[in-house]
Design a binder for this molecule. Structure first.
Ligand code: NAD
Ligand code: TYD
Length: 354
C-alpha cells in the first residue's frame, strides 16, 4: 500500500538520527510540513535543528512522548498523517547503570504515542495514516562469528536493558497493527554514525577524545563486531519504507559493513593523524578497559528484504562517510563542547572509573 507523507510528526527530532532525518526530509520534501517533537533530555539538543528553524514548514514542540493528551491534540491540530518515532533512551551503557528510564520512555512512551494515534486516526474517524517505529538490530541479540546476518525472521533475543526495552516496544507496535488495524511499519537498523552523534557512543567519543588528547577506551579485547551505516542512509531507508513499505511489515536496514571495534578505533586514529596532526600518533591513546556487562559480541544485518522489495541501497561508502564525520567533529568543536555538560561528565565518571 503506497502512502504519501505530507504532514509529519517526528519524535526525538533533536537527537542524533532524528535531527539528521528532519534535515534530510525538508531537503528532499520542502513542501511537506514537519513538526519536530522532543523532550530535550541530555541527548537532545535544540541547536541540532538550527539549520531548519527558519523553514516555513517547520515547527518545534518541546514535549514528552508520555504526554498522551498533548500528542493527541498535536495530531489533530496539525492534521498529521505520518508519525516517525525516534524518541528513546538509546545508550546501552546508561541502560546498564539505570534501566528505569529505558522502560519508561521506550516502552510506556511508545505505547503513549500508539494510544494517541489510534484515537485520532482510527477511533474518532478513519484517516489515512502511517506510524513508523524506528528500532534497532540489538533486539535480535548476538551472533557467533560465522553465523548468517540477522534477517527479519531472526528470533528476538535482546540482551541489554536497552535492547529489551526496544524489543518490547516493537512488540507493542506490532500488536496495534494486528489488533486494531493501525498502519504501522518498523525498521531495525544497525549502528549509525555521522554528524550530531552524541559523544558517549563509540565513534564520536573516540574522535572527541583524540581532539582532547584523552584515553580512547576499548571495552575488553575490542574484537566485538558492529555493522556501521552512515546516518543519511538510514534516513533514506526510512523514507522508502514510509512511501512504499507494506503496512504491518518489519524492514532491516544495514550497511553490509562489519568492523571490529579495535579496527574502527585504529582507523579513526589514522584519519585523525591526517586531519588533525597535533597529537599524532593518536593510536598511542588507545586504552583497554573493563568490558561492558553482557557485551554482545557481534551484530550483522541482512538487508535483502528492503533492497529487493523497496530498491534500497546505501549511497555513502564507509571510506567517505567516516572521513566526512571526522572532519565534521573537527569543524564543530563548539557543538560538542556545548552538549558535553554535567550529565555527560557524570556518565564518564560512572562508566569508566575502572
Ligand atoms: P539519541 O539518544 O541521540 O536521541 C534520542 C532523542 O529522543 C533525544 O533528542 C531525546 O531528547 C529524545 N527523547 C528521549 N526521551 C524522550 C521523551 N520521553 N519524549 C520525547 N523525546 C525524548 O538517539 P539516536 O541515536 O538518535 O536514536 C534514535 C532512535 O533510533 C532510537 O529509537 C534508537 O533506538 C534507534 N536506533 C539508533 C541507532 C544508533 O546507532 N544510534 C541504531 C538503530 C536504531
Ligand atoms: P556504542 O557506540 O555504545 O553502540 P552499541 O553498544 O549500541 O553497539 O558501542 C559500539 C561498540 O563499541 C560496542 O561494542 C561497545 C564498544 N565501546 C567501547 O569499546 N568503548 C567505549 O567507550 C564505547 C562507548 C563503546
Amino acid at each position: 500500500m503506497s502512502h504519501q507523507p505530507q504532514r509529519l510528526l517526528v519524535t526525538g527530532a533533536a537527537g542524533f538520527i532524528g535531527s539528521n532525518f528532519v534535515h534530510y526530509w525538508l531537503k528532499e520534501n520542502p513542501e511537506s510540513r514537519v513538526i519536530a517533537l522532543d523532550a530535550l533530555t541530555y541527548a537532545g539538543n535544540r541547536a541540532n535543528l538550527d539549520s531548519v528553524e527558519a523553514h516555513p514548514n517547520f515547527n518545534f514542540v518541546h514535549a514528552d512522548i508520555l504526554e498522551t493528551d498533548r500528542i493527541e491534540q498535536l495530531l489533530r491540530e496539525e492534521r498529521i498523517d505520518t508519525l516517525v518515532h525516534f524518541a528513546a533512551e538509546s545508550h546501552v551503557d546508561r541502560s546498564i547503570h539505570g534501566p528505569d528510564a529505558f522502560l519508561k520512555t521506550n516502552i510506556e512512551g511508545t505505547h503513549s504515542l500508539l494510544k494517541a494515534a489510534k484515537k485520532v486516526w482510527l477511533d474518532d474517524k478513519k484517516i489515512p495514516h502511517r506510524f513508523h517505529h524506528v528500532s534497532t538490530d540489538e533486539v535480535y541479540g548476538t551472533l557467533e562469528p560465522e553465523a548468517p546476518a540477522f534477517t527479519e525472521e531472526h528470533q528476538y533475543q535482546p540482551n541489554s536493558p536497552y535492547a529489551a526495552s526496544k524489543a518490547a516496544s516493537d512488540h507493542i507496535v506490532r500488536s496495534y497493527h494486528h489488533t486494531y488495524g493501525l498502519n504501522t511499519t518498523i525498521s531495525n537498523c544497525s549502528n549509525n554514525y555521522g554528524p550530531y552523534h552524541f559523544p558517549e557512543k563509540l565513534i564520536p567519543l573516540i574522535i572527541v577524545n583524540c581532539l582532547e588528547g584523552k584515553p580512547l577506551p576499548i571495552y575488553g579485547d575490542g574484537k566485538q563486531i558492529r555493522d556501521w551505516l552512515y546516518v543519511e542512509d538510514h534516513c533514506r531507508g526510512i523514507d522508502l519504507i514510509l512511501n512504499k513499505g507494506r503496512v504491518g511489515e518489519v524492514y532491516n536496514i544495514g550497511g553490509n559493513n562489519e568492523w571490529a571495534n579495535i579496527d574502527i578505533v585504529t582507523l579513526v586514529c589514522e584519519l585523525m593523524d591526517q586531519h588533525h596532526p597535533e597529537g599524532a600518533p593518536h593510536k598511542s591513546l588507545i586504552t583497554h578497559v573493563t568490558d561492558r556487562l553482557g557485551h554482545d559480541r557481534r551484530y550483522a544485518i541482512d538487508a535483502t528484504k528492503i533492497s529487493k522489495e523497496l530498491g534500497y541501497k546505501p549511497e555513502e561508502t564507509f571510506e567517505t562517510g567516516i572521513r566526512k564525520t571526522v572532519q565534521w567533529y573537527i569543524d564543530h568543536e563548539s557543538w560538542w563542547c556545548r552538549v558535553m555538560g554535567g550529565s555527560y561528565r557524570s556518565l564518564l565518571k560512572q562508566n569508566y572509573n575502572n
